[in-house]
Write a protein that binds this ligand. Structure first.
Ligand SMILES: Nc1ncnc2c1ncn2[C@@H]1O[C@H](COP(=O)(O)OP(=O)(O)OP(=O)(O)O)[C@@H](O)[C@H]1O
Length: 711
C-alpha cells in the first residue's frame, strides 16, 4: 500500500513528539496501519486526525490543483447523500489507508502491493470528490481527491483524538442513514481500517521506532534536531500569553482601542492566529471556549479595512470589506459590540448587524443611510438581504475578509444552503477564517469549500488536555426523571447558598421545556430569566444584556445561549437532559470558566441517557452522588408544578417527545420513547399525558404508538 505524505507540511509546535508510546504504528501484512491517539504527544495520530494531515497544532498543507470541472452550485446536503451512496457501495475491507499527494510518487511506500483493494475505492473517492466540492478559484483551487479521502480516513483514524469517539459515529449516522446503527456506520466508513485498528495495539511498541523515523523523514525533519517551532501554541489553560499586541504591525488606532479595552497581551488563540492572518493566509482555528476568538478574527479584519483605500462619499453602494457570519443573533450582536470596542479610535470605520427577528426594512434603511465597512450577520438574514435588498450583492463584491464564527454550529443549524449562497455572493479572492471551539468533520468539509487550499489549521487545544477547561469542575448525576425537578431545585439552592454572587445558566433540551423549567423555578421564588427561540428578539437581547451585567441570577435557556455568548463570571452551568451531542455539551459548559476563571458544570441525566457519557469519556467529568432531597422540598416542587400553566406543560411534553424522537439512540424504539415521554409527563404532575394533534404525531412518525393520546 503506498503511503505518501504531502511535501509541504510545516511543524510549528514545540511539543512534538515527546513520548513514544502514543505513536501511530505501521505493521506488515493485512494490518496496514494504526494510530493510537490517546494522549499527549501523538505524532502520526495528529497527522491523520487533523484535517490536513495536521501534525501539530498548526500546519500548512498544499496539494496539487485538480483540473476537474467545478460544480459551483452543488449543495452540501446533496453531497452528503452522495457520500452516503458512496459509503454504501464500499464493502468492508475494501478501504485501505492511502495517503498520497499526486506529485509524491517517490515518497514513502512501506507496503507496496497491498493497495489493490484501495485503487477502486480511490477512484470512487476521486469522482466523489470531484462532485462534492465547488471550486473557489475556477480550476486552480480544486482540492485533490486525496484530501477528501484523508478527511474521511482521519475521521476514522483520529477518532480518539479531539473527542471524535461517540460523536463522530453519531453524526455520521445522522448524515448517512437514519436507520443505521452507529456501529454499522462506523464499520462502513472505516471499512478495513476499523478492523485493523482494533488489532494493532500489541504491535505498537515494536513499530513505533520505525514509524518515528519514517514520519520524520517523510515530513522532512530530524527528530534529533527537533522541529521548527515558529508558533508556540501553549496549553490553552493559560489564558493569556506574554505577547503584547504592539509586537505586531497593527495600526496605532487599533492599538489605542485595544489599550482602552484593557487588552494588553494576547490570548493563546490570538497569538497563534494573528501573525498567520496578517500574512494573508486563510485560517481554521480551534480554541477553547472563552479564550478570545472574537478579537482574534475581528482585529485582523479591522486591519484589512484600515489598509483598504477609502471609499468615495459619492459611491452609492460602498463595498462591505469584512463580513462576519455568526450562527445566532446573540452572537452576532456580541461580535458587533466587540468590533465597536476595537473600533473606538477608528471613527471612519463602521460596523452594522443584520439578524433575523428584526424588520428587514429597518435594516435596509440603516444600511443605506449609514453604510458600514464591516457587517456582522446571521446567515438567513444575510441571504434575505442578498436576495431582497437592492444593491446589496454589489456591496458584497467588495468583501476582502469573510469570517465564519462557530463554524460547526452554522452547519448544525441547517445553514448550509445559506452559506453556499453567501459564498457565491462574495469574491473568490478573499481571506477567510473559520473559528470554533470544536471542529467536527462537517467543518472540515466546509473548509474545503470556503477556505483556500493552503489555509492553515491552528489548533490551540493542546493534545491531551481535552476541549474543556481544567479549572471547570465537571460532574454528572444520574436520576430518574421523576426526581429531576426536585434535584434541580436542590442543586440551585445549594449553589446559591454557597455563592453570594451566583450566576447560573440552566440548559434545557428545547424551547418549550425551557419555558416550563423557567416557570417552575419562578414559582419556586428563584430569581430567574429565560431565553429561547420562542421569545421575541427584543426580549432576548434585553434579557441577555441583563444577565451579562447581573449577579444573583439564573438564566434558564435553550441552546440559543449554548455557543459563543460571553457572559462573564458564570459560576455554574447546569445541563438538564441529553445535550444534542458532545460538541453542544462542551459549548454549553464553556459559558462558565471563561477567561481562565473557575467554574462548575453539572450534567443531570436519566438512567436511559447515561449512554451519552461515553462520548465524554476523554473529558474530566466525574460521577457525583445525588444530593438528598428532603420530602419538604419534593412537596414544594410538586406544589409549584401545579401552578405552572397546563398549556406550558402540554407544549413541553410535545417538545420533549419531538426532541428525544430525533435522538437516534432513544428515538429508534418508538414504544419505549412514548413510555419515557409519559414518565416526563408524570414528572410534571400530570396524571394523563397531554393529547397531541394527529398531524404532528404523523410528522413525528408516531401515529398509533401505544401510550400516546391523539387529538
Ligand atoms: N487579549 C485579551 N485580553 C483580555 N481579555 C480578552 C482578550 N481578548 C478577548 N478578551 C475577552 O475574553 C472574553 C472571551 O472572549 P470571546 O467571547 O471572544 O471568547 P470565545 O473564544 O469566542 O468563546 P466561545 O468559544 O465561547 O465563543 C471576552 O470578554 C473578551 O472581551
Amino acid at each position: 500500500m503506498p503511503l505518501k505524505f504531502p511535501r509541504r507540511i510545516r511543524f510549528i509546535t514545540h511539543s512534538l513528539p515527546r513520548t513514544t508510546n502514543n505513536l501511530a504504528s505501521f505493521s506488515s501484512g493485512s494490518r496496514a496501519y494504526h494510530c493510537n491517539t490517546s494522549s499527549s504527544s501523538p505524532l502520526l495520530s495528529r497527522i491523520f486526525s487533523l484535517n490536513h494531515l495536521a501534525i501539530g497544532p498548526h500546519i500548512n498543507f498544499s496539494s496539487r490543483p485538480n483540473g476537474g470541472e467545478p460544480r459551483a452550485s452543488r449543495s452540501l446536503i446533496e453531497d452528503e447523500e452522495e457520500l452516503s451512496n458512496w459509503v454504501s457501495d464500499l464493502r468492508p475491507g475494501s478501504l485501505r489507508v492511502h495517503l498520497t499527494s499526486d506529485d509524491d510518487d517517490d515518497d514513502v511506500d512501506r507496503s507496496r502491493g497491498r493497495n489493490q483493494g484501495f485503487r477502486g475505492t480511490r477512484n470512487k473517492v476521486d469522482s466523489f470528490r470531484e462532485n462534492l466540492f465547488s471550486d473557489r478559484d475556477k480550476g486552480s483551487n480544486f482540492r485533490s481527491s486525496q484530501s477528501s479521502f484523508r478527511g474521511r480516513k482521519e475521521r476514522s483514524l483520529g477518532r480518539d483524538r479531539e473527542g471524535y469517539k461517540g460523536l463522530r459515529k453519531q453524526r455520521r449516522g445522522d448524515v448517512l442513514d437514519g436507520e443505521s446503527s452507529d456501529e454499522d456506520v462506523k464499520s462502513l466508513v472505516m471499512g478495513g481500517i476499523g478492523d485493523l485498528l482494533s488489532e494493532e495495539d500489541e504491535e505498537e511498541d515494536e513499530d513505533h521506532e520505525f514509524l518515528k523515523k519514517k514520519a520524520a523523514s517523510a515530513f522532512g525533519f530530524d527528530k534529533e534536531k527537533g522541529v521548527e517551532a515558529r508558533n508556540d501554541v501553549k496549553s490553552s489553560d493559560s489564558y493569556l500569553t506574554k505577547t503584547r499586541f504592539d509586537h505586531y504591525p497593527l495600526s496605532p488606532l487599533s492599538l489605542k482601542s485595544l489599550n482602552d479595552a484593557g487588552y494588553e497581551t494576547m490570548t493563546v488563540v490570538q497569538e497563534a492566529t494573528l501573525p498567520i492572518i496578517l500574512k494573508g493566509k486563510d485560517v481554521l482555528a480551534k480554541a477553547k471556549t472563552g479564550t478570545g476568538k472574537t478579537v482574534a478574527f475581528l482585529l485582523p479584519s479591522i486591519e484589512v479595512v484600515v489598509k483598504s483605500p477609502p471609499t468615495s462619499p459619492d459611491n452609492k453602494r460602498p463595498p462591505i470589506l469584512a463580513l462576519v457570519i455568526c450562527p445566532t443573533r446573540e452572537l452576532a450582536n456580541q461580535a458587533a459590540t466587540e468590533a465597536n470596542t476595537l473600533l473606538k479610535h477608528h471613527p471612519t470605520i463602521g460596523v452594522q448587524v443584520v439578524i433575523g427577528g428584526t424588520r428587514l426594512g429597518l435594516e435596509q434603511k440603516r444600511m443605506q443611510t449609514n453604510p458600514c465597512q464591516i457587517l456582522v450577520a446571521t446567515p438567513g438574514r444575510l441571504k434575505d438581504h442578498i436576495e431582497n435588498t437592492p444593491g446589496f450583492e454589489t456591496r458584497l463584491k467588495g468583501v476582502k475578509v469573510l469570517v465564519l464564527d462557530e463554524a460547526d454550529h452554522l452547519l448544525d443549524m441547517g445553514f448550509r444552503k445559506d452559506i453556499e449562497r453567501i459564498l457565491s455572493a462574495v469574491p473568490k479572492e478573499r481571506q477567510t477564517f473559520l473559528f470554533s471551539a470544536t471542529v467536527p468533520e462537517e467543518v472540515r468539509q466546509m473548509c474545503l469549500v470556503a477556505l483556500r487550499r493552503d489555509h492553515e489549521f491552528i489548533n490551540c487545544v493542546h493534545e491531551g488536555t481535552g476541549e474543556t477547561h481544567q479549572q471547570v469542575r465537571q460532574t454528572h448525576m444520574i436520576a430518574s426523571l421523576d426526581k429531576h425537578f426536585s434535584l434541580l431545585y436542590t442543586l440551585l439552592r445549594a449553589h446559591i447558598a454557597d455563592n453570594v454572587d451566583y450566576k447560573v445558566i440552566v440548559f434545557c433540551t428545547t424551547a418549550m421545556v425551557t419555558k416550563l423549567v423557567a416557570d417552575l423555578l419562578g414559582e419556586l421564588n428563584l430569581n430567574v430569566r429565560e431565553i429561547h427561540s420562542r421569545k421575541p428578539q427584543s426580549y432576548r437581547t434585553r434579557v441577555s444584556n441583563e444577565f451579562r451585567k447581573s449577579k444573583g441570577l439564573i438564566l434558564v435557556t435553550s441552546d440559543v445561549s449554548a455557543r459563543g455568548v460571553d457572559y462573564p463570571d458564570v459560576t455554574l452551568v447546569l445541563q438538564v437532559g441529553l445535550p444534542k451531542d458532545r460538541e453542544q455539551y462542551i459549548h454549553r459548559l464553556g459559558r462558565t470558566g471563561r477567561k481562565g476563571k473557575e467554574g462548575e458544570g453539572i450534567l443531570l441525566l436519566a438512567p436511559w441517557e447515561e449512554y451519552f457519557l461515553s462520548s465524554l469519556k476523554d473529558l474530566p467529568i466525574t460521577k457525583s452522588s445525588l444530593p438528598s432531597t428532603d420530602p419538604e422540598t419534593v412537596k414544594k416542587v410538586q406544589k409549584a408544578l401545579c401552578h405552572v400553566e397546563m398549556r406550558n406543560k402540554e407544549a413541553a411534553y410535545q417538545a420533549w417527545l419531538g426532541y428525544y424522537n430525533s435522538q437516534k439512540m432513544i428515538g429508534r424504539d418508538k414504544e419505549r420513547l412514548v413510555e419515557l415521554a409519559n414518565e416526563f409527563s408524570r414528572s410534571m404532575g400530570l396524571d394523563n399525558p397531554p393529547a397531541i394533534p394527529k398531524l404532528i404525531l404523523g410528522k413525528m412518525g408516531l401515529k398509533n404508538v401505544p401510550g400516546l393520546r391523539a387529538k
